[in-house]
Write a protein that binds this ligand. Structure first.
Ligand code: SF4
Ligand code: MG
Length: 321
């Protein structure tokens, strides 16, 4: 199969308890229903505002979280319900890079130990070669050789993220899910870390799921892009196509918000009214209808499905049905 990962109708709900007896009163539908395939070696950008469920989707796909419903296939194998040692084995192939590199690095551990840890846990590399291997990794991600004996607080934000990337790479995984890996970094450092990820992706033939809240960040990184809104995937397309010809009104609004360097390209900025509704009480019908500039009378009644409108361009909007 050309797909490394196949996600079918995935849901992740969190129960909400309330009242004196703390009974279950509802669900937060963090991921409501997403179907998504990742091709081997591609970078897939998953975009949406904060709270849209993209981080939860990333963590459920990698099985850091248990799905509520749906199916996840990794190299054709069903990993939806893996537990214990099988789940542990999956970690060799699937790794994460987190948003806050400092919070995800143990401050009491030397960088050498942080990056060696996965290799030791999975008994990879011999004791003699381990240190050399880790030093080579640190160098590859652009850290100085003496980083091995230093602690996370001795590094800048961008360098800490490089440590996180080295750790994720140590086991030579097939898939890396990077959850907003640059959004905590200074703008001047962001593109350096993005370039590094892009280089490593090619060099190690990684499949990369790149999560971001900003379409402009994923633009140069991604082969394909998926846009999430309130736990739903509303549009998926080739990266160039989604910028050139966005179909979903939400994607159109996101793209109109990207500053255009060339003033001749100025298109009308679409301002969305209101806030993202609560995922505990999502709107009926199309989840975007309370904010949609193109809303039609039946949009509050019928929930659109993600359907193909062009080759490999899928959109969930009643305008195209
Ligand atoms: Fe807007 Fe209706 Fe399309 Fe939803 S289905 S995005 S409300 S036009
Ligand atoms: Mg997040």
């Amino acid at each position: 199969s050309k797909y490394l990962l196949e996600v079918q109708e995935l849901k992740k709900y969190y129960p909400v308890h309330g009242g004196f007896l703390r009974r279950k009163v509802g669900d937060v539908k963090a991921v409501d229903n997403i179907s998504l395939d990742l091709k081997r070696g591609e970078t897939f950008g998953l975009v949406g505002e904060s709270g849209c469920g993209k981080s939860t989707a990333g963590r459920t796909i990698t099985r850091l979280f248990k799905p509520t419903e749906g199916k996840i296939l990794f190299e054709g194998r069903d990993i939806t319900k893996l537990r214990g040692s099988e789940l542990r084995d999956l970690r060799q192939d699937v790794q994460m890079v987190f948003q806050d590199p400092y919070a995800s690095l143990n401050p009491k551990m030397m960088v050498g130990s942080i990056v060696s840890e996965p290799l030791i846990n999975y008994k990879k590399g011999s004791e003699n070669s381990l240190k050399e291997e880790v030093i080579a990794l640190l160098k590859r991600v652009g850290l100085p050789e003496d980083a091995y004996y230093k602690y996370p607080h001795e590094f800048s934000g961008g360098q800490r993220q490089r440590i996180g990337i080295a750790r994720a790479l140590a086991l030579k995984p097939k898939l890396i899910v990077a959850d907003e890996p640059v959004s905590a970094l200074d703008v001047s450092v962001q593109s350096q870390v993005l370039n590094l990820l892009k280089e490593l992706q090619q060099e190690f033939n990684l499949t990369l799921l790149f999560i971001a809240h900003d379409l402009s960040v994923v633009k140069h990184m991604s082969d394909r892009i998926g846009v999430m809104y309130l736990g739903n995937l509303v549009e998926v397309a080739d990266a160039n196509e989604i910028y050139r010809d966005p179909k979903h009104p939400y994607t159109q609004a996101l793209i109109s918000a990207i500053p255009q360097p060339d003033p001749r390209n100025k298109s009308e900025r679409v301002i969305l009214s209101g806030d993202v509704p609560s995922p505990q009480n999502p709107p009926t019908g199309c989840p975007f209808h309370p904010r949609c500039p193109k809303v039609m009378p039946h949009c509050s009644e019928v929930k659109p499905e993600l359907k193909e409108v062009n080759r490999e361009h899928r959109v969930s909007c009643l305008l195209y049905e």
